[in-house]
Write a protein that binds this ligand. Structure first.
Ligand code: GLV
Length: 326
């Protein structure tokens, strides 16, 4: 029997390859950077696609791949996938929710602590060989414990960030399109507030919203103006949630105290005004990057593809109902 043909835009991890290789004929992209032209060329005759958030699955790609039945992104965010277009082309779209929540929440906290306590400035100073010894006012930063943490987006990751705040005796405010059940609010000691109050009262704001029309540039000039001058912003969600030019201006004018960004408006580019600032920490979209978690994500994507070709509903299908999958 001929095995279905899959294009994987990366080599993936061995655990995921083992699953895919058992069921499919897999073309793993071997080159450095996959161009759009190469993506379209390699997917053209394939039955399935395993891709990353950097690859757009849109009308153009779907039209170029008439046999395609599934597009499995190895990411929880799926703003790279035009799900309605997939449905129109009868292509199942899947993502990898759940397995990266705690790893991402850990990293949001890594950034939060690092920016508040000026970790990277301390590290650079030590490496420069110019530190002369302890002094009272060196690298004084903001406290974390006992402060108010505002969480925008209270899904699995946002809740994970709130759970970690319990150990720091923080007050937690959150906003989300949907209010969490009372038992969750109680367990996490989190208070539902409107966005305005969250901006005004938080000492830290951590972003955990998906990228949607309503969340694009949620961190705008106007909202930055509402924040405390001593507040810090942390973004591990999607870059375009922050208006980077407005953020750079707010930092320059002392409207907020600092920012730690793992995602960027125009990845891999960063707004040049942010690059030179000491009150900003920049990391390369790595919040879910633990070996265990990235492996689980790849395995999850592989299992979604296997499920479809075995006639089962892929566990993480985004358009299962629209496609009438049982
Ligand atoms: C990473 O950003 C993801 O969406 O998994």
């Amino acid at each position: 029997m001929i095995k279905p043909a899959i294009f994987s835009t990366r080599q993936l991890f061995q655990a995921a390859r083992t699953i895919l290789d058992e069921h499919f004929q897999v073309d793993y992209w071997k080159g450095d950077k996959l161009s759009r032209a190469d993506l379209l060329k390699h997917v053209a005759d394939k039955d399935g696609l395993v891709c990353l958030l950097t690859e757009k699955v849109d009308e153009e790609l779907l039209s170029a791949a008439p046999k395609l039945r599934i597009a499995a992104t190895v990411s929880v965010g799926y703003d790279n996938i035009d799900v309605p277009a997939c449905t129109k082309h009868k292509v199942v779209a899947t993502n990898t929710p759940g397995v990266l929540d705690d790893t991402t929440a850990d990293f949001a906290w890594t950034l939060l602590m690092a920016v508040a306590r000026r970790l990277l400035e301390g590290d650079s100073w030590m490496r420069s060989g110019t530190w002369n010894g302890w002094d009272l006012d060196q690298l004084v930063g903001g406290d974390v414990w006992g402060k108010t943490l505002g969480i925008l987006g209270f899904g699995r990751i946002g809740r994970g960030v709130a759970r970690r705040a319990l150990g720091f005796q923080m007050r937690v405010l959150y906003n989300d399109a949907v209010r969490a059940p009372a038992d969750v609010e109680k367990e996490l000691n989190a208070e539902f507030v409107d966005r305005d109050r969250l901006f005004r009262e938080s000492d830290f704001i951590s972003l955990h919203v998906p990228l949607l029309p309503d969340t694009r540039h949620l961190i705008s000039k106007d909202n930055l103006e509402k924040m405390k001058r001593t507040a810090f912003l942390v973004n591990t969600s999607r870059g375009p949630v922050v208006d980077e030019a407005a953020l750079a201006e707010a930092l320059e004018n002392g409207k907020i105290a600092g920012a730690a960004l793992d995602v960027f408006e125009h990845e891999p580019k960063v707004h040049p005004a942010l690059l030179t600032r000491k009150d900003v920490i920049l990391t390369p979209h790595m919040a879910s990057a633990s070996l265990d978690t990235r492996t689980k994500m790849a395995v999850m994507a592989a299992n979604n593809v296997v499920a479809l070709f075995e006639g089962r509903r892929p566990p993480n299908a985004l358009n299962a109902d629209a496609l009438g999958l049982k």
